[in-house]
Structure formats: C-alpha cells, structure tokens
Design a protein around this ligand. Structure first.
Ligand SMILES: NC(=O)c1ccc[n+]([C@@H]2O[C@H](COP(=O)([O-])OP(=O)(O)OC[C@H]3O[C@@H](n4cnc5c(N)ncnc54)[C@H](O)[C@@H]3O)[C@@H](O)[C@H]2O)c1
Length: 451
C-alpha cells in the first residue's frame, strides 16, 4: 500500500506524518517553498513539531537549516535517507515530500487535502480541487482509490471531482477506480485534539470501497472511525459541523449587541445561563479562519442551486461578518465618551491571526476591525507575536510587529487571546483617559469595553 497526500498544508501534513508512521507516503504539493521547508524538516504552520516531522522524513535534507531545529540524533550530520528503495517497493515506511508528479505515479491511494476557499463574492472557489483532481487523474491506474478530505458541499466529490478524474485518466468510475470522502476535523493550534485523536468520518463510492477507506483510517486513527453510508452523507456531515458553530456564535454575537445597548454584561449573562445543563457554551467574537467563516457558504451555495434560499445559515454569516465593523464603532464611541479626538488617535490592536496561539492569518476578521478603525482616521499599530509580518503585509497590506511596542496609546483592542497577552497590565500602555476594549473577554486588567 502506498499513499499519496496531495496538498501539504494544515490538514495534509499532519495526516501525511501520521500515515508515514505506518505506510510509505509521498507528500505532493505545488508550493515549492513549502516542500523545500518540509524537506529541511521545518513546518512553518507549527502543526507538526519539527522533530516529529524529521523522524518520518525520507528525503530529510537539513542543508542550511537551523541546527537547533533539527532532530538531535541526526543533527545535520547524518546523510539524508533517499527515496530509492522506496520506489523499488521495499517495505519501508516514511514520508517523501515532493513537487514532482512522477513521484506519485506508483501510489494506489490518493488523498486530496487542498484548500476550498470562497471568492470575493463568497461563492465556493473549487479551483484547487479541480486542479488537484486533474493532477491525480494524470497518474490514476486501475484499482486506485482517491479520497477527498477538503471541506465541500454535498455532491461536490461525485458531481465535480469524479468527472475530472475520469476525463484525465480515461478510466471509468466505480469500475476501474474508486473514491472516498473523509472530512478533516483538526483544529489549528490545538495540541490536544491532534489528527489521530479525533474520530474520523469515512465513506466510499461503493460498500466495498467504504470498508477499505474505513480500515485505512482505522489503522492510524486511535480515536476510531465512523463509516457513513455514502460520500454525500459524509460531505454534508462535515459542512454542517462548522455551520452549526457559525450559527451558534452568531446568536451570542446578537445577544452581545442587545446586552451592550441594555448595559448588561454579556459574559455575566452567559455564565449565569450556562449553569443550566443544556445551555450551549458559545462566546461572542470575530469568526474568521479557513473553516467556520467559509464552510456555511458552501452549504448555502448548494441549497440555492437546488432552489432553496437558506435563511438561518446566511443570517448567521451576515451577523458574524458584521462584528469587525461593530467592534471598531464601539471603540470609537468609547473615545468620544472619554473626550479623545478620533482623528490621529493611536490604537494598539493585539493579535491579527484568526485564532489564539496559532500563526494562521487566513480569512482573519481582525482585519475588519483594523480597516474600520483606520477609516475613522485613527493610527493603528498591530502587535502579534505569532503572525508572520511579511505574510500579513502580502495578504492584507497591513504592517504588524512581533514585539510589544513600548509607547503609550489612546486605545488598546484585544482581538486575539494569545497567551502572551493575558497577564499583561495594558493600563501601563495607555494615555490618560485611554480605553481598553477586550473582544475576547480574557484580559486580567481593568477594561472599558468588551463584547
Ligand atoms: N485548517 C483547518 O483547520 C481545517 C480543518 C478541517 C478541514 N479543513 C479543510 O481542509 C482543506 C485543506 O485546508 P488546509 O487548511 O490544509 O489548507 P492549506 O492552505 O493549509 O494547505 C493546502 C495545501 O494544498 C496545496 N495545494 C493547493 N493546490 C494544490 C494542487 N493543485 N496540487 C497540490 N497541492 C496543492 C497548497 O500549496 C497548500 O500547501 C480545506 O478544504 C479546508 O476547509 C481545514
């Protein structure tokens, strides 16, 4: 059994590393920079510890890497293990990372973990899924199984991806090759719920393939598997998990807006209500990232395609997408209340990643707070010890700093609850009458506003 993982990002790399402890795995990605970092044993997403990655790497090449980040027993001296033997079919386990399509030709399982974003109009953008299906179609052989892990709407695998595989390979679906869908549930930055510890939903294009796909995952996922009756069921299950979270957060965001008008502390209300056994513990906040803020649009798109206009799903999205604007306007109201002139008021924004203790800035809604504050004429400094300044500059045209600024500000807005922020008394960084707004409700100092 030889597995190809197509797309070595937040989802693909941890999965490839896990399978590589038991199987021969080839990790394929079109991003040369990503692959060259991985070959050096470095995962910049911080999802797989460098040492753990290096333990499974077959083409580990630590040239020019930072010796402190290397596996201590190899420490840049051991010659890298090669792919040879691997191609010759020797039963070795491990991960070989490459951008070379030739290298995945001999695999018999292809697992696709590429991004599924939305475009600027919030319509599903299936380009990476289409392109990666074309790639796999070029190397597909009789008997192979292609498993999709990317989050999609129900029907995407069989209606969009399979015809591409058939066209590119000239093979017939469910006769020559087979498919599966097994959605990923990992949570970036979460070191407790790692891929093997999360129960995995599996499915296959026919009952026999379902069993094969299920036993492949069951062989490495210690938390167990759930074999769904069809690919569509597994696709729908994944997309509603995140849609459910989105709608629940939208509800508490609406509560926060109501209670702020009523001058009632939302977190105190949620704490009191939470004493009932079946009250769900959601908190208000900005909803960004690659999943919760995106996946509901996939479901909504499919519903609209079949003539149903989703009310609740899109209302939830509208509410959550409005929160950055809301936070900025609340901060401005506090400035007015404290007689701070808005134009050129200095604001320190704490955190720009989409969630705490994680470097992921994709689809972060903190940018809405920043853009809105800037529109009011304030001067914004963004401090995030986790985010890559060059990535943020490239993606959002926003400058960030990794070290805590020493000057004082008129306003401080905590947008992301990185551990580094929690115990700092930010009052020391405030000008007279300055305001602190705590979006996450985690600061241990006196604050003037929170969601
Ligand atoms: N990040 C999460 O926490 C998470 C959790 C569950 C599910 N998902 C879903 O998993 C999927 C992947 O997400 P991710 O966060 O790993 O994305 P990512 O952007 O971190 O990684 C995707 C990788 O795929 C590569 N890629 C893009 N097109 C390719 C192609 N044609 N051929 C080969 N490689 C290609 C990219 O270079 C990148 O390295 C998405 O559908 C996402 O919704 C993500």
């Amino acid at each position: 059994m030889k597995i190809a993982i197509i797309g070595l990002g937040y989802v693909g790399l941890p999965l490839a590393r896990l399978f590589a402890t038991k199987y021969a795995v080839i990790g394929f990605d079109i991003n040369e920079k990503r692959v060259s970092e991985l070959i050096k044993g470095i995962d910049t997403t911080l999802e797989v510890e460098n040492e753990i990655l290096q333990e499974v790497l077959l083409n580990f090449n630590p040239t020019n890497c930072n010796p402190e980040q290397c596996h201590p027993e190899r420490a840049c001296t051991e010659p890298s293990r090669s792919i040879e033997g691997f191609v010759e079919g020797k039963p070795i386990t491990g991960l070989y990372c490459t951008t070379n399509l030739e290298a995945i030709k001999s695999c018999n399982y292809y697992i696709i973990t590429v991004p599924t974003p939305v475009d600027k109009n919030n319509k599903p953008d299936l380009t990476p899924l289409v392109k990666s299906s074309e790639t796999v179609g070029k190397v597909l052989k009789k008997g192979d199984i292609v498993i999709y892990e990317s989050t999609v709407y129900p029907g995407a695998t069989e209606e969009v991806c399979i015809p591409i595989l058939e066209k590119a390979s000239g093979l017939t679906f469910n006769k020559d090759f087979f498919a599966g869908y097994s959605p990923e549930r990992i949570n970036p930055g979460d070191k407790e719920h790692t891929v093997e510890k999360i129960l995995k939903v599996t499915s296959g294009s026919n009952p026999e393939t379902g069993v094969k796909v299920n036993s492949l995952y069951a062989s490495v996922i210690t938390a167990g598997t759930h074999l769904a009756p069809s690919i569509k069921v597994a696709e729908a299950a994944k997309v509603i998990e995140n849609s459910q979270r989105d709608i629940n957060i939208a509800f508490v965001n609406e509560l926060a807006k109501i209670f702020n008008i009523l001058d009632i502390d939302t977190s105190a209300v949620l704490e009191a209500a939470g004493t009932k056994w079946n009250f769900l513990p959601f908190k208000p906040g900005l909803v960004g990232g690659h999943c919760i803020g995106v996946d509901p649009y996939y479901l909504a798109q499919k519903a609209q395609e079949v003539g149903y206009h989703p009310e609740i799903i899109l209302a939830g999205r509208r509410m959550n997408d409005s929160m950055g604007n809301y936070v900025a306007s609340e901060v401005i109201k506090l400035f007015v209340k404290n007689d701070i002139p808005i134009k050129k008021a200095t604001v320190l924004v704490l955190g720009i990643t989409f969630k705490e203790n994680c470097p992921d800035v994709r689809n972060t809604r903190v940018v809405d707070v920043i853009y809105n504050l800037k529109e009011y004429g304030t001067e914004v400094t963004v401090f995030d010890p986790w985010a890559s300044p060059s990535e943020v500059q490239h993606e959002y045209n926003i400058q960030t700093v990794k070290n805590r600024p020493q000057q004082k500000f008129d306003g401080i807005v905590l947008t992301v609850a990185h551990n580094e922020f929690i115990n700092i008394d930010f009052n020391k960084h405030l000008n007279k009458n300055g305001v602190i707004y705590d979006v996450k409700g985690v600061l241990d100092c006196e604050v003037q506003g929170k969601l």
